[in-house]
Design a protein around this ligand. Structure first.
Ligand code: SAM
Ligand code: DTB
Ligand code: SF4
Length: 332
């Protein structure tokens, strides 16, 4: 198999993939998924909110923005030991990636950042892939995280450039792209996706996928979140995301970026196993596990284990790409 990854997709091409008949779309995505990946494997990631709420930003979907009354309790940065305990529990439950989230606009060079660097070192030593999502980063901060052993950095585009200003006014789309660039330059893998259900059009979704799939290198992981509507935020009354829209997004992402981990992210508590199975069929190969995302509920490890058994799925091992690379190097 010698299929090339493409970075020169056009909007028209993406539009025609996204709008193709649903079963045709799923079949094409599933076929490509099978050629590029082990379809039985699903990456299991656990999230922990290490600093919660009280955020200065105005992201219209977010339970942690200080300006909305969402009932989320503000919590200062957790202690390293406590975080490592959570990471160990996640590892014991079968997670191979541990993602620490902070309700920050950006990282500042202070003692809190030093503590996060220590957490990254600690989780990395435990043999898990460490991911952080801490807001905007400079190149220097990204390098410090890389040196501490950070494997991935999550920073979402959330939506299209055009729709972005309807959702967030306190920082720009270009700010986001710059952070992603800094992450790349530091040699950390990129986790970048978005949310559907923000009131965007199909065109906005297509444009967001275009931005992701035409990056010089595809993000190594692309989380597709369904909006979890939060009481107190401007989007509290948004309609529930249609499962067919979720499937369409996942399948299109899989076709555009065949080797990327496409993560079926927020919104799984509202989905049946049959609906999630369709998402895996369409090319999703990663989930967040554990009964909490950052502040909202998620299916429990037990529920997901029985879903994996039922569907014949198995958790992907940690650092798989590196192991393959090492094996190829030895065989060469
Ligand atoms: N503060 C950092 C930032 O904004 O980059 C990191 C944490 S932030 C909560 C991470 C991502 O969570 C957001 O970019 C957004 O895509 C997702 N998210 C937040 N609230 C959500 C919600 N109610 N529904 C779905 N996804 C959500
Ligand atoms: C991502 O794309 N989704 C996760 C993770 N990256 C950080 C966050 C989902 C948050 C859902 C709302 C909450 O639990 O607060
Ligand atoms: Fe703050 Fe991140 Fe929530 Fe925006 S998404 S309000 S930056 S925590």
């Amino acid at each position: 198999m010698n299929q090339q990854l493409r970075n020169n997709w056009t909007i028209n091409e993406i539009e025609s993939i996204y709008n193709s008949p649903l079963l045709e779309l799923v079949y094409n995505a599933a076929t490509l998924h099978r050629t590029f990946n082990d379809t039985a494997e699903v990456q299991v990631c656990t999230l922990l909110s290490i600093k919660t709420g009280g955020c200065s930003e105005d992201c219209a979907y977010c339970p942690q923005a200080a300006r909305y009354n969402t009932g989320v309790d503000v919590q200062a940065l957790m202690k390293k030991e406590e975080v490592l305990e959570y990471a160990q529990k996640a590892k014991d439950a079968g997670s191979t990636r541990f993602c620490m989230g902070a309700a920050w606009r950006e990282v500042r060079d202070n003692r809190d950042f030093d503590r996060v660097l220590d957490m990254v070192k600690g989780v990395n030593k435990m043999g898990m892939e460490v991911c952080c999502t801490l807001g905007m980063l400079t190149e220097d901060q990204a390098k410090k995280l890389a040196d501490a052993g950070l494997y991935a950095y999550n920073h979402n585009l959330d939506t299209s450039k055009e729709h972005y200003s309807e959702i967030i006014s306190t920082r720009t789309y270009n700010d986001r792209l710059e952070t992603l660039d800094n992450v790349r330059k530091a040699g950390v893998t990129v986790c970048c996706g978005g949310i559907i259900g923000l009131g965007e059009t199909h065109e906005d979704r297509i444009k967001m996928l275009y931005t992701l799939a035409t990056m010089p290198e595809h993000p190594e992981s692309v989380p597709i979140n369904a909006l979890v509507p939060i009481k107190g935020t401007p989007l509290e009354n948004n309609a529930k995301v249609d499962i067919w829209d979720m499937v369409r997004m996942i399948a299109t992402a899989r076709i555009l970026m065949p080797k990327t981990m496409v993560r079926l992210s927020a919104g799984r508590t509202d989905m049946s196993i049959a609906e999630q199975a369709l998402c895996f069929m369409a090319g999703a190969n990663s989930i967040f596990a554990g009964d909490k995302l950052l502040t909202t509920p998620n299916p429990s490890f037990d529920e997901d284990n029985s879903m994996f058994q039922l569907l014949g799925l198995k958790p992907r091992t940690a650092f798989k790409e590196e192991k393959q690379y090492l094996r190829e190097a030895v065989e060469a």
